[in-house]
Design a protein around this ligand. Structure first.
Ligand code: GCB
Length: 605
């Protein structure tokens, strides 16, 4: 189990922060074995001294930044470097910890500071960090050189999994040719996707905080645990403050329960006139370290027909998203984030799923503040090969859940964990795999329901017995019976009745939709036109309306916006199932959803 916390870096009276966003020096290692950087120890000197370099923005995927298709489609190690000068007091004060934090880098990363390795990390969507102050103090006169090597190669043991296929036929392929096979439907963007930063803490510091909230009548309860590192004993003061900065509860214990009279609950934004209410829980160690955590007080429960937030039924009317946009790929981009939130509110969407990997913490913080509900999905997408159910894969999957829950456990917006998307759940090893994975996740967080998203047959799915909510994807009249809109009512009805009949658990339609190339029209509707996408949506909605008063507790459109995929014969410059284009302009389907979601908002919240 993980032995350190991963609190989001925040400035306070005891902590400073320095963002390293901007231009970094960059080189892809295009040597035949992709390993020259390690063989020649590129981290030992400035990258520019060992070969040609280019400018690379951070955060961003590197793939779409240049005109070079070999970089867009590159597989292997790329090298980033940046020199940074830090305030002298960070170095002279031996009592300061300087932490280097990478928000995320896809997929495997190794980090050096002034030529010395400080950490490595496997996994593309979660943060990692290392204390580097002691290293910087070895030679306080020189700037600090940070080198990060990132490798996007996916194997059967990575999440998502992939395979490297060597093409040895000399008649068809050049010498040494290989390709990356993937089993998921989005472009394998790579690079440093989220901000890299340096932050300081005192030697004695708040390392982790866990809060679990509850309420009874007008009283809120914040059960908390603060872990302090760097001292055997420390005097702690925990203060919970309301939005106006008034103290509403406090304690001097490292763990306990804070009672809040006249509690203001955290509500999703369409259920309450004052949604997304956040208290601030300030943890202060001796007078040394201060960390303020936003806290929303709310409960989540699942019955066999309902999903309850604060004991009120919640109906998910929302979207599936991707972190994806032109030029930046999967790089964190504030204008895009804020635009997407504005569009979700325009639509009346009350929720989304982080398909198919954990999104940036900055996005979850927006959800907390705006009262948007999140199904938090790990990168378990494309588990299709029987070898991906092996022990090494499972061990890594458990580790990723550890890291995900550690990072996201305190977000009130996160109401459910999704451990996978469309795995081959009918395969024999899936039963033990999902039993283990879901039991583990529930042990990490007993307060939230756990699910995975299935497209398997209800009678043969071996993971479904372990989930709290059945999440089903289906593409009737698209991948099955393409062009036959008339089959949707009968097939969708059967889908719901079969799943509910077998499991008596609430059901979310976690994906449905159709590709629409913006501007393509036909009446009567034909596949790939906006009219066809409209017709699919309308037909699904009719059945949702029949079932939502029974046990269907949500509908999430696939997808919020068009997104990039690998090239292939079914994808026309990416997946076009967005109701918005990749540039976030509405297709006709967006207006159908907008009308529907606002109607649902008025009926159900
Ligand atoms: C799915 C997948 C999603 C795809 C989508 C599609 O079932 O979960 O990742 O993009 O279908 O459009 O094929």
């Amino acid at each position: 189990l993980l032995d350190t916390g991963m609190l989001f870096p925040r400035e306070s009276s005891s902590r400073e922060l320095k963002e390293l966003s901007g231009l970094w020096v960059f080189r892809a290692d295009k040597s035949p074995n992709r390993n020259q950087g390690f063989e020649r120890a590129w981290y030992k000197s400035r990258l520019a001294e060992t070969g040609p370099v280019i400018d690379m923005p951070v955060p961003a995927s590197y793939n779409d930044i240049t005109q070079d298709s070999t970089l867009r489609d590159f597989i292997g190690w790329v090298w980033y470097e940046r020199e940074v000068v830090v305030p002298a007091r960070w170095i002279t004060d031996e009592g300061t910890r300087v932490v280097l934090r990478v928000g995320s880098a896809h997929y495997n990363s190794v980090v050096w500071v002034n030529g010395e390795k400080v950490t490595e990390h496997a996994g593309g969507h979660l943060p990692f960090e290392a204390e580097i102050g002691s290293l910087m103090r070895k030679d306080p006169t020189r700037p600090c050189r940070i080198t990060i090597a990132v490798n996007n190669t996916l194997t059967l043991e990575t999440l998502p999994p992939g395979t490297i296929q060597h093409m040895n036929d000399p008649i068809k392929y050049p010498d040494g040719y290989f390709v990356q096979n993937i089993y998921f439907d989005f472009f394998n963007y790579a690079g440093i996707h989220r901000p890299v930063l340096l932050y300081t803490t005192p030697k004695v510091y708040v390392d982790d905080i866990t809060v679990v909230t509850d309420f009874l009548d007008n009283t809120g309860f914040v059960r908390y645990q603060v872990s302090v590192k760097g001292a055997a004993t420390a005097t702690l003061k925990v203060t919970l403050m309301d939005k106006d900065g008034h103290c509403v509860a406090s304690s001097n214990e490292a763990s306990g329960v804070l009672k809040v009279v006249d509690v203001k609950l955290w509500w999703p934004y369409l259920m309450h006139e004052n949604p997304g209410y956040l208290y601030s829980m300030e943890s202060e160690v001796e007078v040394l370290d201060v960390y303020a955590l936003p806290v929303g007080i709310r409960t989540v429960k699942v019955t066999n027909t309902q999903f309850l937030i604060n004991n009120k039924p919640f109906y998910f009317h929302g979207v599936n998203k991707h972190e994806d946009s032109d030029i930046r790929g999967k790089g964190l981009d504030w204008p895009l984030i804020v635009k997407d939130f504005n569009l979700m509110k325009w639509l009346g969407a009350n929720s989304f799923r982080t398909s198919h990997y954990p999104y940036a913490e900055e996005i979850l913080q927006m959800c907390d503040r705006h009262g948007i509900v999140v199904i938090d999905e790990c990168p378990g997408v494309g588990i299709k090969d029987i070898r991906s159910f092996g022990n090494a894969s499972l061990a890594h999957h458990l580790d990723v859940m550890d890291e995900l829950v550690r990072r996201d456990k305190n977000h009130p917006s996160v109401v459910m964990w999704s451990v996978a998307n469309e795995p081959a759940a009918e395969m024999q090893p899936a039963a033990l795999y999902f039993k283990t994975l879901i039991t583990h996740t529930k042990a990490l967080d007993p307060t939230r329901p756990v699910t995975f998203i299935t497209d398997s047959n209800y009678a043969r799915d071996k993971g479904a017995p372990y989930v709290d909510v059945i999440c089903v994807n289906s593409y009737f009249s698209w991948y099955h019976d393409p062009g036959h809109l008339e089959v949707i009512p009968i097939q969708l009805n059967a889908q719901f009745e079969n799943w509910y009949g077998k499991y008596q658990k609430p059901i979310i339609q976690s994906e449905y939709g159709a590709d629409a190339v913006p501007g393509l029209h036909s009446d009567p509707p034909m596949m790939f036109t906006e009219e066809y996408q409209n017709a699919v949506l309308r037909s699904y909605h009719d059945i949702f309306d029949q079932k939502r008063k029974q046990y269907v507790i949500g509908e999430l459109i696939w997808n919020f916006a068009d997104f990039m995929t690998a090239q292939g014969i079914t994808r026309v410059v990416g997946n076009k199932k967005g109701i918005f284009t990749r540039q976030r302009q509405p297709k006709a389907g967006a207006f159908i959803l907008k009308e529907r979601y606002w109607r649902l908002a008025n009926e159900t919240g």
